[in-house]
Design a binder for this molecule. Structure first.
Ligand code: ADP
Length: 544
């Protein structure tokens, strides 16, 4: 007895340890899989609510469901063995007794499985509402929205909307629990009837002298215990079923197929050569490519109208090309297509005549550096915020400083208490906040750090004042020297710096030429230019 007690205590401690280690490892591994999928998924996935539903369910439950599944399996095995022993005790009283035991739990099995399925279906159905509740929660608790929330008094509105959604979800969940409770009651009654019948039969035999009182006690104990074990076994089966439905969900998420094929299609070596030469030292001018849109038609996933229809454009090598035009005309879409965040529905984007789809995706993206319209504000040091522009190699501090100077970020950085080692953003202790324009310059420095042959800038000066803009444009000329540069802008002062300006409206190029040519032509560009200069001079008069 002493030996058994000691061993069982030792085993208990060991089991707890294994459970903790296993759950930590498994949780992290599943998170790794989810993160890997999220990183690799096409950008288009992030525009589908369905993807977010899958992601939400996978992420929300990844922490505990796989661990619970493993534990359920363990308990199932354990209880199964004990149950077999109980069955063996009952056999001498009659072979039909273990069968009756099994039969008495069938209604409960049905209840448990149906409940697991119902709960799962409810979970899938209610994910959009859960996500919306989560979204309200985020709106109320993040710093990004705090100012507007207060100014427009939106806090109460969002709090009530959150509560309303939660109330609905809660009511549905309580209803599920109520139905489960009732069904369980019915199943338990069926189980009790079988126990009662078996006991009556045993008592009848005892009265007839067929069995002793000791046998009766043993029978009662074994039958009762067996039923209890069956119930917990059933619960575990239900849990396993429910958790495996979740795993189905997770695998569905992990199985989502990307449409942007990158690695398999790498048949042409134009890009690798360009990159190799560049890594060997300075950028080799002869390898700077021309980018060409040929008959490109493109519609965003789920959108009704195409953004581009039979679109042609040449972005010549070693030149600065600007695209200007009203909002929504498809300018930023051009950048997304060059980066292969999307592929065109028809036509092609070509790199020195080679369809981008023929190039290795990684190498293509390493050959491009880009400033997006809404760059990410990494809550990290200034050094890392810029260094993230080229993580594939060891970046020297001097290079970071040079990129910052080129982007006009050196001034704001010098004012920070820790210089390049200052933590940016307010999420972590001792972080410093920058103005929108200063953040934009940091993002520009990040784009400049990567010495890529193609430089794509989406509204690079939108948050700069006119003094900073003039200063920056001068630096851009030096930095862009010999590269293929595409600038999307709505500022004439920025566009003027380009060798060629294209005016884009409703997905088409309407006019092209240098600033002087376009002004002289008297078309769309000239019209906007005259209106803007007239407005600026009237401002100057007011200022005077
Ligand atoms: P621009 O840069 O000229 O302002 P965009 O290229 O960003 O214009 O967008 C062109 C059009 O495509 C707009 O009408 C916009 O509504 C639509 N659009 C942009 N991004 C998406 C998207 N991710 N999904 C669906 N439609 C989009």
């Amino acid at each position: 007895m002493a030996g058994v007690l000691i061993v069982s205590e030792l085993l208990r401690a060991a089991v707890n340890w294994v459970r903790d280690v296993q759950s930590e490892l498994l949780r992290d591994y599943i998170s790794f899989l989810i993160h890997q999928k999220s990183i690799d998924a096409d950008l288009a996935f992030y525009e589908s609510a369905d993807f977010y539903d899958h992601l939400h369910r996978a992420r929300d439950e990844a922490g505990y469901r796989p661990v619970a599944l493993l534990e359920n399996l363990g308990s199932l095995l354990q209880n199964g063995i004990t149950l077999l022993a109980m069955g063996a005790v009952l056999v001498p009283f009659g072979l039909w007794l273990p069968a009756a035991l099994l039969l008495s739990t069938l209604p409960a099995l049905y209840v448990v499985l149906r409940d697991a399925l119902r709960r799962h279906e409810w979970r899938v159905r209610s994910t959009p509402h859960e996500r919306r509740a989560w979204y309200y929660d985020w709106l109320m608790t993040t710093g990004q929205t705090a100012a507007e929330l207060r100014l427009f008094g939106l806090g109460n509105l969002f709090r009530d909307s959150y509560q309303k959604l939660r109330r609905r979800l809660r009511t549905e969940q309580i209803e599920l629990a109520r139905r489960r409770g009732l069904a369980e009651l019915g199943a338990a009654a069926a189980g009790l009837a079988v126990t009662g019948g078996s006991m009556a039969w045993m008592i009848w035999r005892a009265l007839g002298g067929g069995v002793t009182l000791g046998d009766l006690a043993l029978f009662y104990q074994a039958f009762n215990q067996g039923q209890r074990l069956m119930r917990s076994l059933l619960d575990q089966v239900g849990q396993i079923y429910y958790n495996s439905l979740f795993l189905g969900n997770l695998f569905e998420f992990l199985d989502l197929q990307s449409r942007i094929e990158g690695r398999a299609a790498s048949r042409v070596s134009v890009c690798p050569r360009t990159v190799k030469e560049r890594e060997g030292g300075r950028t080799d001018i002869s390898l700077i490519p021309e980018v060409r849109f040929e008959g490109v038609s493109f519609r965003y996933p789920g959108a009704n109208v195409p953004v581009l229809r039979d679109f042609d454009l040449v972005v010549p090598a070693r030149r600065i090309t600007a695209v200007v035009g009203p909002n929504g005309s498809g300018k930023s879409t051009l950048i997304k297509l060059i980066c292969r965040l999307y592929d065109p529905d028809a036509g092609s984007v070509r790199w020195e005549g080679v369809d981008l789809r023929q190039l290795d995706l990684d190498v293509l993206r390493r050959s491009i550096t880009v400033l997006f319209q809404q760059p990410v504000r990494y809550n990290d040091t200034v050094h890392d915020n810029i260094g993230f522009g080229d993580v594939g190699r060891i970046v020297l501090s001097d290079e970071i400083r040079a990129a910052a100077r080129a982007a006009g970020a050196d001034g704001p950085v010098a004012r920070l208490p820790g210089g390049y080692e200052t933590l940016l953003g307010k999420s972590f202790r001792s972080g410093a906040e920058l103005s929108v324009g200063e953040w934009q310059r940091i993002a520009l420095a990040r784009a400049f750090l990567r010495q890529a042959p193609i430089l794509l800038l989406d509204e690079p000066t939108s948050s700069m004042d006119s003094w900073a803009e003039a200063d920056w444009l001068e630096r851009l000329r030096v930095h862009a020297e010999g590269r293929t540069v595409l600038i999307i802008t709505h500022r004439f002062t920025t566009a003027m710096q380009a060798d060629t300006i294209h005016v884009m409206a409703e997905g088409r190029i309407r006019e092209s030429g240098s600033h002087a040519e376009l002004v002289a032509r008297g078309g769309l560009y000239a019209d906007s230019w005259h209106r803007q200069t007239a407005r600026d001079s009237s401002w100057a008069t007011v200022g005077d």
